[in-house]
Design a protein around this ligand. Structure first.
Ligand code: PMP
Length: 361
């Protein structure tokens, strides 16, 4: 087996223990003589998987009755539309904090459906930081405020939630969900594509507060209406059953490994290894994010010249470190170090960074 350190941004590394369990159960899931992907989604086995995943997601998000977790298709990108379709009332408006490329996409989608105001944009600063609390002023008539907890491309992350008063708060947590403790009760709705911290691609999770759902628009196409999926426990139509099964195993893995607090502790140590390598390089590496907004999930940096970046990526690749090229829209280097990525991978990359800087600085 090829030994690689996987720094992919998503789809991304999954916990090896989960992959081993999937492999062990692939031909015969609990004596049924078939894998979960070959079973009816109406079977009691799959219904148990679906219910287990919802319960685990809610436990990890720190919410109980009054919240539902849904497993939907169309990725986080479909949520960019579903949120305003359901919650932007005719003639109303919503506020969007725009602090990176994914938030830009979210606000552009909402603007197709109604009034979406950009507030607290950090575009003029090159999306190097999240807004300070005093920069966030919520419009009094906003139906909701939307933020992106971690900007996967720029590598900036909220470390403190802005105060939005009693306005419903909506968050795209695709790239840092369950990487640290989460008080889900602060949010009316949050969503995440699974393919970074939760499982394989093909499923997105939505957590929503049921009392807010009562206020949702009614004339929304069936599949795009949250109420449809709440009423049917995410089984209105054929769900991405295999992805939900793997997601359930990943959630169990998180709970077995210290929960979100355990993840946070490890993620802090992992990120520190890489940021220390940047900070101690005497300027050889330039981190993109301002220190206070640095992401613990996506560490982004540049080298002095593109040719040097190419040489760095080639050396990393030769050492078995893959997925380090920055997003095609910004270039540079990006190390995505989601929950499943081990400290050993970060130590190896930090070592390579230090050696490479010594040789080429
Ligand atoms: N939001 C964020 C923060 C993301 O990182 C991504 C994907 N990289 C998306 C949304 C889009 O997700 P999907 O590909 O599941 O539509």
């Amino acid at each position: 087996m090829a030994n690689v350190y996987n720094f992919n941004a998503g789809p991304a590394m999954l916990p090896p223990a989960v992959l081993e369990q999937v492999q062990a159960e692939l031909r015969d899931y609990r004596g049924k003589g078939m894998s979960v992907m070959e079973m009816s989604h109406r079977s009691k086995e799959f219904e148990a998987v679906n219910a287990s995943a919802e319960a685990a997601f809610k436990r990890l998000a720190g919410v109980g009755d009054g919240y539902r977790a849904l497993f939907l298709q169309g990725g986080a990108s479909t949520q960019f539309a579903m949120v305003p379709l359901n919650f932007l009332p005719p003639g109303g408006s919503a506020d969007y904090l725009v602090n990176g490329s994914w938030a830009e996409k979210a606000v552009e989608e909402a603007a197709l459906l109604g009034t979406a105001r950009t507030v607290a944009s950090t575009k003029a600063d090159g999306y190097r930081r999240m807004p300070r609390p005093d920069e966030v002023t919520v419009s009094p008539d906003a139906a909701y405020v939307h933020l992106t907890s971690n900007e996967t491309i720029q590598g900036v992350q909220f470390h403190e939630w802005p105060d939005v008063g009693s306005t419903p708060l909506v968050a795209d947590m695709s790239s840092d969900i369950f990487s640290r403790p989460l008080d889900g009760k602060k949010f009316a709705l949050l969503y995440a594509g699974a393919q970074k911290n939760l499982g394989p691609s093909g499923v997105a999770v939505v957590l929503l507060r049921e009392d807010w759902l009562a206020k949702a628009n009614k004339n929304v196409p069936t599949m795009l209406r949250y109420a449809t999926h709440v009423k049917n426990n995410s089984l209105y139509n054929t769900p991405p059953s295999f992805a939900v099964y793997v997601l359930d195993l990943v959630l169990a893995w998180i709970e077995k490994n210290g929960g979100t607090a355990g993840m946070a502790e490890r993620n802090e140590r992992k990120a520190k290894l890489l940021y220390d390598a940047i900070d101690q390089s005497g300027g050889f590496y330039a981190g993109h994010a301002e220190p206070a907004s640095r992401s613990r999930m996506n560490v982004t940096f540049r080298l002095a010249a593109e040719a040097m970046e190419k040489a760095f990526l080639a050396e990393a690749s030769a050492a078995g470190m893959v997925g380090l090229a920055g997003h095609r829209s910004v270039g540079g280097v990006r190390a995505s170090i989601y929950n499943a990525v081990g400290e050993d991978a970060c130590r190896a990359l930090a070592g390579l960074m230090t050696d490479f800087a010594k040789k080429n600085g």
